[in-house]
Design a protein around this ligand. Structure first.
Ligand SMILES: [Cu+2]
Length: 306
């Protein structure tokens, strides 16, 4: 159990052993020195006490030596800590959700598990999310620990190299059943992980497609509904793929709503306005949305044909 099971463990252990050894050396050394002084200068021996003021050599020594020691502690701490904040770009993502008093692990697409399963030798990024109070996600064997704070999504990562099952604890007192807020992480070979994820039922919320999220966040659906109801602009439902009459420079013409029409209606909404709707109510979105965002929106709108 003492042996680390992730890529980050060595750095943490090195800093821990270094700082612990120095602390142990000084606590033993100082205590022994104090005992020696108490015996050696015992008042019963009748030696008169002497007063000293100022000793430059001594002061330099007790400034320089501790300075070197704490800088060495900092060095080992830093080289252990720095890699913890650099998540490899190819890391797999899992969201750990903390609530009173349990952990759950969201693998995306509605797949939520009570225990964590990760492939061996793969970087795993764990996004930390709390739905209620402060928790702290701790895997002792991986030497990773990070607070899970409501309203502030933190993260950690690791690459576990030893197949096995390890404890997950909450290390921030979070109420009555805090001590029972435990789970475990299973490190399995990659093929086994893929099979496990496949068999995990999708019981959670399936997130909106990215294009829909963009339509919502940009405010598009305030004027264009998704259910066919007419508001300020034409409903998106069944819009794609049909022929509509539009007004361009005062003249009516027929257009087939294709990918290009959807795109140009985001960039130049007042160029070809669907007949029966008012011109000038929608602003061009070319400088609000990126090319990629427009592409995602258009792709989503194309799925709404009936
Ligand atoms: Cu907790």
């Amino acid at each position: 159990m003492f042996e680390g099971a992730s890529n980050l463990a060595d750095g943490v252990d090195r800093a821990f052993v270094f700082i612990f050894s120095i602390a142990a050396f000084f606590i033993i050394g100082i205590t022994a020195f104090m005992i020696w002084v108490v015996i050696r200068y015992n008042r019963k021996k009748g030696k008169p006490a002497m007063q000293f003021t100022g000793n430059n050599t001594l002061e330099v020594i007790w400034i320089v030596i501790p300075l070197i020691i704490v800088m060495a502690m900092f060095y080992f701490g830093w080289i252990g800590f720095a890699p913890m904040r650099k998540v490899p770009a190819d890391a797999m993502k899992v969201t750990a959700i903390g609530r009173m008093w349990e952990w759950s692990f969201d693998y995306g697409n509605g797949k939520i598990s009570k225990i964590m399963v990760v492939p061996a030798d793969k970087p795993v990024r764990v996004d930390l999310h709390s739905v209620d109070v402060n928790h702290s996600f701790f895997v002792p064997a991986f030497r990773v620990k990070e607070d899970v704070i409501p309203g502030y999504d933190n993260f950690l990562w690791f690459s576990a190299f030893r197949v096995g099952e390890y404890d997950i604890l909450c290390t921030e007192y979070c109420g009555l059943m805090h001590s029972a807020m435990m789970s475990s992480v299973k490190v399995v070979p990659e093929a086994e992980f893929i099979a496990w994820l496949d068999s995990l039922p999708a019981t959670g919320d399936i997130p909106d497609p990215e294009g829909l999220t963009l339509l919502k966040n940009t405010g598009c659906i305030a004027c264009h509904t998704l259910d066919g109801i007419r508001l300020v602009g034409p409903s998106f439902k069944g819009f794609y793929g049909k022929t509509h009459t539009v007004v361009e420079k005062g003249a009516e013409k027929e257009v087939v709503v294709n990918e290009e029409y959807l795109r140009s209606s985001i960039l130049e909404p007042n160029k070809q306005v669907v007949k029966g709707f008012n011109k000038g109510l929608m602003q061009p979105y070319g400088n609000v949305l990126s090319e990629d965002q427009i592409k995602l929106m258009v792709e989503y709108l194309m799925t709404l044909k009936d």
